[in-house]
Design a protein around this ligand. Structure first.
Ligand SMILES: *Cc1c(COP(=O)(O)O)cnc(C)c1O
Length: 389
């Protein structure tokens, strides 16, 4: 990146039209016209790089992708309708029948379903390693057919931290493609490509939109890999809508300032919870008590906006806590301006056995807080009254 993060986020935009607009216009158009037969021929053979059809590219999605590439230090990228479209299309484009994925165990719920239910239909198997696995433990799981190492950090909902530099080193040594879901950190807090990742995936639905409005996703990284992902996607149709791209590109202008405040608020909430008598423990990457605090400090600029804590009293206490919440929202989203609380053991992860839940750090009393941008006094008052009620 030639300029600073905040400047690129604001000053990367489409070329101005003859109207000399200051803010990028919205190009709500399915297709683009050609001057003549020769123009059309050269465009389809890619001798000319231009917009043809919005399933392939669109000016608004290109602006959004360009910004994310600059923020992540990536060569190129492609934008998707959702984060899961990005995750699925990335694997579908790069893997063949018989390939093997090595993934950290704590992954987003739908990614877990993709690994265990859908990719096996095409004879693609996944093996999990523990979030705190050593280099030797991970290397033992590598097979001749292993093609990808996949990880998220911080993880959802346990807020564990994986050492991305270590995973990058293992991937390089064994010639594997290293893919990181960087959704919880955002490009402002962490740049996996600088730590050895080949590709970075985002759900733009979360902190990138940041206001709970639109869905979106993006994959950026090595241009040879992105080329495969682009060709797969232009034929299978998971493209981001220009409208959502326009919203998301605007959101990126304020990403740094929003995330900075999210992190400041989250640290205050984490410190409040850590001192609370109804709480067994708190997990937040920038609390000294976090088991991977040193790794978090090394690879993240700030701790993010997600705080996990264990309420005393297990499942029942967790449900009672949710029922007592007044200001915060009970919602499946995260990374919104509005603070959101969830109780995974009785909701999102209730179908897993207790043993499987524990493997991904979800104890019965685990509560996840996505700390928003309200005044922290009000958020803390709400959490406090719900904890003591
Ligand atoms: C939400 C989320 C996804 C999926 O994104 P969608 O936009 O909801 O499809 C993937 N990974 C992580 C870590 C997420 O939090």
């Amino acid at each position: 990146m030639s300029k600073q993060f905040e400047t690129e986020a604001i000053r990367t935009h489409l070329e101005r039209t003859d109207f000399l607009e200051h803010s990028s216009p919205l190009y709500l158009t399915s297709s683009f016209v050609f001057e003549d037969a020769e123009d059309m021929r050269a465009s389809f053979t890619e001798e000319k790089i231009r917009n043809i059809y919005s399933r392939f590219t669109n000016p608004n999605t290109s602006e959004f992708v360009d910004k994310i590439c600059k923020m992540e230090g990536a060569e190129s990228g492609y934008a998707f309708a959702t984060g899961m479209a990005a995750v699925f299309s990335t694997f579908a484009a790069l893997l063949d029948s018989g390939d093997h994925i090595l993934s950290a165990r704590a992954v987003f719920g739908s990614t877990h379903t993709l690994f265990t239910k859908y990719l096996p239909k095409w004879n693609i198997e996944t093996t999990y390693f523990k979030v705190d696995a050593s280099e030797a433990e991970i290397e033992k799981l590598i097979r001749p057919e292993t093609k990808v190492i996949y990880a998220e950090s911080p993880t959802n909902p346990g807020v564990d931290i994986l050492d991305l530099e270590l995973l990058g080193k293992i991937a390089k040594k064994h010639n594997l493609i290293f893919i990181v879901d960087n959704c919880f950190a955002t490009p402002y807090l962490q740049n996996p490509i600088k730590l050895g990742a080949d590709l970075v995936v985002h759900s733009a639905t979360k902190l990138i939109d940041g206001q709970g409005r639109v869905l979106g996703g993006v994959t950026v990284g090595r241009s040879d890999l992105v080329r495969e992902i682009y060709l797969f996607s232009r034929n299978t149709g998971p493209a981001l809508s220009p409208f959502n791209a326009w919203v998301l590109s605007k959101s990126l202008e304020t990403l740094a300032i929003r995330v900075e405040r999210h992190c400041e608020n989250a640290l205050k909430v984490a410190e409040f919870l850590e001192a609370h008598p109804s709480v067994n423990w708190v997990k937040y990457p920038f609390l000294k008590s976090h088991p991977q605090y040193e790794v978090a400090k090394k690879q993240m600029k700030l701790g993010g906006n997600i705080v996990a804590f264990e309420i005393k009293g297990g499942i029942e206490a967790g449900r009672k806590f949710l029922n007592s919440i007044k200001l915060c929202s009970l919602s499946a989203n995260l990374g919104d301006t509005k603070t959101i609380v969830t109780h995974p053991a009785s909701t999102t992860h209730s179908k897993l056995s207790e043993e499987d839940r524990l493997q991904v750090s979800i104890t019965d009393g685990l509560v996840r807080v996505s700390v928003g941008l309200e005044h922290t006094d009000d958020v803390i008052n709400d959490l406090n009254q719900a904890l003591i009620s």
